[in-house]
Design a protein around this ligand. Structure first.
Ligand SMILES: *[C@@H]1O[C@H](CO)[C@@H](O)[C@H](O)[C@H]1NC(C)=O
Ligand SMILES: *[C@@H]1O[C@H](CO)[C@@H](O)[C@H](O)[C@H]1NC(C)=O
Ligand SMILES: *[C@@H]1O[C@H](CO)[C@@H](O)[C@H](O)[C@H]1NC(C)=O
Ligand SMILES: *[C@@H]1O[C@H](CO)[C@@H](O)[C@H](O)[C@H]1NC(C)=O
Ligand SMILES: *[C@@H]1O[C@H](CO)[C@@H](O)[C@H](O)[C@H]1NC(C)=O
Length: 378
């Protein structure tokens, strides 16, 4: 069965769970939510199951429903040639089909879509692992605050990687290719965007934020170690703070831990063009989901939102954000860190590039148990 069929099935299930106009169909109650757990707390068998399912997805043909909307229009085009071929042991593009949604990066970062969109996206990926590759566990998350207590130690980020099979860091001498774990150079895992390549990671303690996220007039603190921005006190401060204030909660989480983890892992996770990329490759978060670590990272971001939503009554349904990214200068950025007008409402549509057969709206993903979603975090 092609993925498109299963996705249609998936989406029909999804749609049937939404309250239709007239309210004739009830939402299915989420009585047994999946429990998302920290990667390192999973038995090795369960970690292996997830990895196997991801590798399975990465070998399936690309999904024809998927309609990439390239934004900005001048970045390297989406490569759909793999879609016509299946097998010969080569990686085709299902995983990358999902990843390529990140083309929409100007809509889903620094706008109100950031948290809702990524919640939908992780869930969609999780559903694809289940329906196409028989995965039975739940989406794992990576708690970046767990590890070495030393704030700038590499160990905190690395410690779990080789053990778990997700692989560790690349080295300069080998173009930062990931050489161990299940997605290494010696595996068949080859993300196809911006061109087929070996996944890479480049531990970066002081990310060049001024180059990666240039905002005229905005001064990044380039001497702050990335790891200082995702410590336990920082994350607890975010979860416990900002009572009822979604805007500043979101802005601090997105610009802070979320961004620094991407940039600290670097390589594919930061959307940095690999060595040898074609000239039309532009470093941008268009392909950060090439690295399966992306899904563990964003599950953690989602978990922080979930924990915050459960912290105070006034947080539960709090939302404030616009639909337009405003990075043109520091004034605009600081005023509209969660997007400029037109502002989004609970009826605003989440961009899905064809991966959902009917519109998904913000209110569908505000709760992980009271709408079509059905999971909790431990
Ligand atoms: C597109 O992907 C296919 C399959 O991975 C690959 O053979 C081809 O070289 C790619 N084309 C470009 C322009 O990267
Ligand atoms: C890898 O990271 C180091 C800093 O940690 C940086 O100097 C170097 O340019 C990076 N290499 C690539 C190819 O991005
Ligand atoms: C930048 O970060 C460093 C390290 O955390 C800190 O010592 C310094 O005070 C910061 N600079 C500014 C201008 O905030
Ligand atoms: C994390 O990074 C953000 C954005 O650069 C900065 O405003 C904030 O002060 C940092 N947090 C800590 C605890 O260093
Ligand atoms: C920032 O950009 C806005 C337009 O997006 C402009 O109106 C404003 O003058 C700019 N501010 C500065 C300080 O350049």
């Amino acid at each position: 069965m092609p993925l498109s069929l299963s996705l249609i099935t998936l989406c029909l299930v999804f749609v049937s769970l939404l309250s239709p106009v007239g309210g004739a169909v009830e939402r299915r109650k989420c009585s047994h939510p999946a429990v998302r757990k920290e990667w390192r707390s999973l038995p090795h068998k369960e970690r292996a199951d997830w990895i196997t399912a991801v590798n399975c997805l990465a070998k399936l043909p690309h999904d024809r429903m998927f309609k990439p909307s390239v934004n900005p229009p001048d970045i390297a085009p989406y490569n759909a040639s793999g879609s016509l071929f299946d097998g010969i042991g080569s990686l085709t593009q299902t995983l990358n089909s999902l990843a390529k949604i990140l083309f929409m990066h100007t809509w889903i970062h620094y706008t109100g879509q950031f948290l809702p969109w990524h919640r939908w996206y992780i869930n969609t990926f999780d559903q694809a692992l289940r329906s196409r590759c028989g995965y039975r566990g739940s989406s794992p998350y990576w708690d970046w605050t767990k590890g070495s207590p030393s704030p700038s130690s590499r160990v905190r980020v690395m410690q779990y990687l080789p053990v778990s099979g997700l692989g560790g860091w690349g080295a300069a001498s080998t173009q930062y290719h990931v050489l161990d774990g299940a997605f290494s150079a010696s595996s068949s895992f080859r993300p196809s965007y911006p061109y087929p390549h070996i996944m890479w990671r480049n531990y970066t303690l002081f990310p060049p934020l001024d180059k990666l996220i240039p905002i005229p007039g905005f001064v990044w603190n380039l001497s702050m170690p990335a790891t200082d921005n995702f410590t336990r006190p920082v994350v607890e401060g975010i979860i416990n703070g900002f009572e009822g204030d979604f805007r500043n909660f979101h802005a601090t989480l997105e610009s802070g831990p979320h961004t620094y983890v991407h940039l600290c892992v670097s390589g594919d996770m930061a959307g940095v063009c690999p060595v040898g990329a074609p000239p039309d490759c532009i470093t941008a978060p268009t392909f950060s989901a090439n690295d399966p670590l992306f899904f563990l990272h964003h599950a953690m971001v989602d978990r922080i939102w979930y924990k915050w939503q459960h912290k105070h009554k006034s947080n539960k349904n709090a939302f404030f954000g616009g639909s337009v990214q405003r990075l043109e200068n520091a004034t605009a950025f600081l005023r509209y860190q969660t997007g400029g007008p037109p502002f989004l409402s609970m009826d605003s549509v989440i961009p899905t590039n064809g991966l959902a057969t009917s519109p998904v709206i913000l209110s569908d993903v505000m709760s992980t148990t009271e709408g079509p979603l059905c999971y909790i975090y431990d």
